[in-house]
Design a protein around this ligand. Structure first.
Ligand code: ATP
Length: 279
C-alpha cells in the first residue's frame, strides 16, 4: 500500500523554485533516504508532505496513507490525526518539560483535550512512554529536563514520542547533521529498528551519503528542486554523485569507501543501473 504519494508538486519563493514538478511514491514499510546539497529542496518537500505548506498551482497533489492531504494548493484537514510524525534537526522537544512529559505528548491525539492540556496522564500511559524511551536506548533520562539532553538523545526522545503517537509514517529532516558519528549511528539505528520492528515508513533527509547507503535501500536525490535520482542506494558511488551534482557534490558528505553491498540490502536483489532523471 502507498504510504506517501506526491505528484507534480511545485513551489516558488519569490524567484527561487524550491520544488519543480516533484513526483514520488513511498510504499508502506520502506525506509528511504532523501539526499541533496543545501538548498536543493529537501526541507521544503518534507514540509509539504507534512501538510505544513501548500504547493503552487493546480497540478500538485499529496496523498498520505490513501487520504489526500493537499490538492491544487488546497489543504484537506480531514486526515487521520497523528498518522505522520515529523522530526526536525532541532526544536523537537519542549525544553522546560521533562523528557517523559515530552514523550507523553505523543498521546495528545487520543486522550481527552483537558487531560493533555493540564498534563494529566494515567499510569498505563506513563509506562508506555517509559517503555518507548527504553526502546530508543535512553530510559535513564526520563525525569531530566529536556534541555539537559545531548543532541542525539533529543532526537531519540523525539522518536520515542513518535512510537507513543503510534505514527505510521516518520519523516525526519536532517536528524543527524548536527551529531558526532557515534550519536548519528545510534539515531540511524533507532530509525532502522522502528522501521523493521514496527513497520513504520521512514523518510529521512541526509547530507551524509554514507548513511543513506548504509541504512536505506532506496535513495531519492534532489537538485535545484527536482528529483534527479530515485533508486538503489548502492548505486551512489562518488563518481555517480559527481555526475549527479557536479560542483555541488562538494556540499554532500560523500562516502569514503567505494560502493559495496550494505547490510540493509538483501542479498540477491538485482541492482538497477543508476539512471539520471530529468537529465
Ligand atoms: N520560507 C522560505 N522563504 C524563502 N525561500 C525559501 C523558504 N523556504 C525555502 N526557501 C528556499 O528554497 C530553496 C530550498 O530550500 P530547502 O530548505 O528546502 O533546501 P534543503 O535541501 O532542505 O537545504 P538544507 O540542506 O540546507 O536544509 C532554497 O533556495 C531556500 O532558500
Amino acid at each position: 500500500m502507498t504510504a506517501i504519494s506526491v505528484s507534480n508538486l511545485s513551489k516558488r519563493y519569490g524567484k527561487t523554485t524550491a520544488l519543480d514538478q516533484v513526483s514520488l511514491e513511498l510504499q508502506r514499510g520502506e525506509m528511504v533516504a532523501l539526499i541533496g546539497a543545501s538548498g536543493s529542496g529537501k526541507s521544503t518537500l518534507i514540509r509539504h508532505i507534512a501538510g505544513l505548506e501548500m504547493g503552487d498551482g493546480t497540478a500538485g497533489k499529496v496523498t498520505v496513507l490513501g487520504n489526500i492531504s493537499q490538492d491544487g494548493g488546497r489543504p484537506n484537514r480531514s486526515n487521520k490525526r497523528g498518522a505522520v510524525s515529523v522530526i526536525f534537526q532541532q526544536f523537537n522537544l519542549v525544553t522546560r518539560l521533562s523528557v517523559l512529559t515530552n514523550v507523553l505528548i505523543g498521546n495528545l491525539g487520543r486522550v481527552p483535550r483537558w487531560r493533555g492540556t493540564i498534563g494529566v496522564f494515567n499510569k498505563a500511559e506513563k509506562e508506555k512512554a517509559q517503555a518507548a524511551l527504553a526502546r530508543v536506548g535512553i530510559p535513564q533520562v526520563a525525569a531530566q529536563r529536556s534541555s539537559t539532553l545531548s543532541g542525539g538523545q533529543q532526537q531519540r526522545a523525539a522518536i520515542a514520542r513518535t512510537l507513543v503517537q503510534q505514527a505510521e509514517i516518520l519523516i525526519a529532516d536532517e536528524p543527524i547533521s548536527a551529531l558526532d558519528p557515534s550519536s548519528a549511528r545510534r539515531v540511524m539505528d533507532v530509525l532502522a529498528d522502528i522501521n523493521n520492528q514496527d513497520n513504520i515508513t521512514v523518510l529521512v533527509s541526509l547530507h551524509q551519503v554514507e548513511y543513506a547507503r548504509r541504512y536505506c535501500k532506496r535513495t531519492i536525490a534532489m537538485r535545484d528542486g527536482r528529483i534527479v535520482y530515485d533508486g538503489p542506494s548502492t548505486a551512489l558511488s562518488n563518481a555517480f554523485l559527481a555526475e549527479l551534482y557536479g560542483d555541488a557534490s562538494e556540499e554532500l558528505v560523500l562516502p569514503e569507501a567505494p560502493a559495496e553491498p550494505m547490510p540493509a540490502v538483501p542479498l540477491g536483489q538485482p541492482a538497477r543501473q543508476p539512471a539520471l532523471m530529468h537529465a
